[in-house]
Every structure is written in structure tokens, then in C-alpha cells.
Design a protein around this ligand. Structure first.
Ligand code: AMP
Length: 332
């Protein structure tokens, strides 16, 4: 079947990179797919979509996936990640495919460096070269959007319903259900191509955002304890004592951050969650915005990310007001 013209045009600048990656995939006996630490829907969806695509189309190859699991998405939406023994790395030549992460320190297993070839698909701001072939689109709504484009260009392959389900999770996750400004004609064309694989898109979204009755207690806490800065930055803090009360872990602190996404007068919003990890104590911050680019503030505060969705950290909660002032200044 001929390629949709929007897909064809998008892949044009990546043609050389796509061909090289196709060749590496065909030549490899073993392939390991990597993604970022503290994974989200897009990291896991892109990783598992690609793993499934490779297994479906190249059943004779050994396809592996590694990384830390998600506290509530695993195993509900994604399988538990594999733990590759040291012997795998000692005895095997393999291709490393990195998805949805731009810099070495955030790749959820440093042993990708031991691969014979390393390739990468990403949409995060560029920090450093980690791969021999890098397919980058900083404007892409999700990493899965780029990887699906690559798969659609790969002649003689098909995207199965199972692979499409994972990719769709990535697409929906990072575009906030196609609401964020990063959603483009290409994003929606990719979504259409995935739907053509027969996925139940409504069911996927239901499963992704399914909550338990108990989760409403956390939501109620946030609604009763948020603050708004002078120029419209909404935020809430979740100290460890409150997390204990609500029976949640630090990873779940950001779950209610988008409560503020559609509120008039609120331009940016964030969750600030205490992480008592003795090896890396901090307050984890998830920042979201309607339109303003908040990634610069995230970078200043030990993090990074995208224009409208970034992560950061506050090492000492005494600095909370300074952090909020930095965000607030974007709207002054
Ligand atoms: P989060 O608030 O953790 O969901 O992160 C929002 C987005 O920012 C995701 O796409 C993350 O990959 C990205 N992000 C979070 N923390 C960092 C960081 N320290 N460096 C670069 N990107 C980050």
C-alpha cells in the first residue's frame, strides 16, 4: 500500500537515517530497546510498541527491553521490564535502539554503550550525541509519533494491533489526549494509521486514565491545598507525611497536576512532591503550561523537558518561593 502523503513528506528529511537503521535492524541478531528513567506513557508506549513491532516482523531475532518499571502502569498497561544479566552483554553483539530520551544520564541502563551500533529516536531538546544515527524532531507530539513514522516507511513490515496499542498509548500520553499545541497534522495522521490496525482507541484511553475510588482522596487533597501565584501559576506540595496519609508513593505525586489545565487565568501549574530517597533527597517537580515555554525554568532547576511539559527538582523546600517566582516571572 502506498504511503499517506503526510507520512511520506515527514519522513523525507530522515530518509538516510531510516535506511541506515533498517539495515542495522536487518543485520542484527539481537536488539535491545532502551528509554528514559522514571518512564511515562510515551517512554513505555514507544519502547513496547517498537519491541512488539520488531518481534512481529523479525521473529528470528532476539528482541529485549530494559529499564525501571512504573509504579502504577506496570503491569496494568505494560509488561514488567527485563533484567539482562551481565552475561548477555559479555557474549552478544547487539543493536541498541534508544527512544524518547536525549541525554546519557537519563537512559535507563548505561550498558547501551556496549552495543555494536546505537541509534536513537527522540523529541527532547538536544543535549549531546549518544548514538551513531539520531532521528530527532523536537516538534513531535510524542516519541511514538516519530517511531511509528519510521515503521510505516519500513518496506515489507506491518504494525500489528498489539504494537499499535502501545504506540497509541505513547501518542495519547504525551499529547494530553491530542490537546497540547504539539499535536500536528502528522500526529493525527499517525493516530489514524494506528487506528487502521484495528485498535479500540476509546478503550485504550479508558484504561490509561482509569482511577480507583481511593485516588479521589488525593484529588480532594490537591483541590483543598493548592496555591496560586500572583500571575497565575497554580501549585501544590505533597510532603512525605501527606503521601503517607493518602497512601501514595512519590512517583504518584504528579498524577493530579492537570487538574489546573483548563482553568481561566492559570498559565502554568505544577506538583511538588517530597522524595525522601536517602541517596537523592529532593522535591520532585512536574511543570505543565498552556502556552508559555517552561523548559528554561525546568533546566535552571535541575531538570528539563518540553515547552509545555517539563520536570525539575527543588533540593531544599526553603527555595520553593524562589522557584515559583521564576515561573511567575514568565507571566508578569
Ligand atoms: P514529568 O513531569 O516527570 O512527567 O516530565 C515531563 C516531561 O519532562 C517528560 O517528557 C520528561 O521526559 C521530561 N523531563 C522530566 N525531567 C527531566 C530532566 N531532568 N531532564 C530532561 N527532561 C526531563
Amino acid at each position: 500500500m502506498s504511503l499517506n502523503p503526510i507520512i511520506k513528506a515527514y519522513g523525507q528529511p530522515f530518509k538516510g537515517a531510516y535506511k541506515k537503521i533498517e539495515r542495522y535492524i536487518k543485520e542484527a541478531k539481537a536488539i535491545v530497546v532502551y528509554r528514559h528513567i522514571k518512564p511515562d506513557f510515551d517512554a513505555l508506549g514507544t519502547q513496547m510498541g517498537l519491541v512488539t513491532f520488531l518481534k512481529d516482523n523479525f521473529p528470528d531475532k532476539e528482541i529485549r527491553f530494559v529499564g525501571d518499571d512504573h509504579v502504577s502502569f506496570t503491569p496494568r498497561l505494560f509488561p514488567v521490564s527485563e533484567r539482562l544479566p551481565a552475561s548477555f552483554y559479555e557474549s552478544k553483539k547487539f543493536l541498541a535502539i534508544i527512544v524518547d530520551v536525549g541525554d546519557d544520564s537519563r537512559i535507563a541502563d548505561p550498558r547501551y554503550k556496549e552495543a555494536e551500533h546505537i541509534v536513537k529516536f527522540d523529541h527532547h531538546p538536544y543535549k549531546e550525541q549518544v548514538a551513531e544515527v539520531e532521528v530527532l524532531d523536537l516538534e513531535a507530539g510524542a516519541a511514538s509519533e516519530i517511531v511509528v513514522d519510521f515503521c510505516l516507511h519500513f518496506k515489507g513490515t506491518r504494525i500489528s494491533k498489539e504494537a499499535a496499542r502501545y504506540f497509541y498509548i505513547g501518542l495519547v500520553g504525551d499529547t494530553g489526549c491530542f490537546r497540547y499545541p504539539s499535536t500536528s497534522m502528522h500526529t493525527l495522521t499517525v493516530a489514524g494509521e494506528l487506528m487502521a490496525s484495528g485498535i479500540d482507541h476509546a478503550k485504550i484511553i479508558r484504561e490509561m486514565f482509569q482511577k480507583k475510588l481511593d485516588d479521589l482522596r488525593s484529588q480532594a487533597y490537591v483541590l483543598n491545598h493548592f496555591y496560586v501565584s500572583e500571575h497565575g501559576v497554580a501549585y501544590y506540595t505533597l510532603p512525605s507525611s501527606v503521601q503517607k496519609e493518602l497512601d501514595i508513593t512519590p512517583e504518584r505525586g504528579k498524577e493530579n497536576v492537570n487538574i489546573f489545565s483548563n482553568i481561566e487565568g492559570i498559565g502554568a501549574w505544577c506538583s511538588i512532591t517530597e522524595d525522601p530517597d536517602p541517596k537523592d533527597y529532593c522535591w520532585r517537580v512536574s511543570i505543565r503550561s498552556k502556552e508559555k515555554d517552561i523548559s528554561g525554568v525546568a533546566q535552571k532547576w535541575g531538570g528539563g523537558g518540553h515547552k509545555n511539559a517539563s520536570g525539575a527538582r527543588i533540593d531544599d523546600i526553603k527555595d520553593l518561593d524562589k522557584f515559583i517566582a521564576d515561573l511567575d516571572a514568565l507571566f508578569a
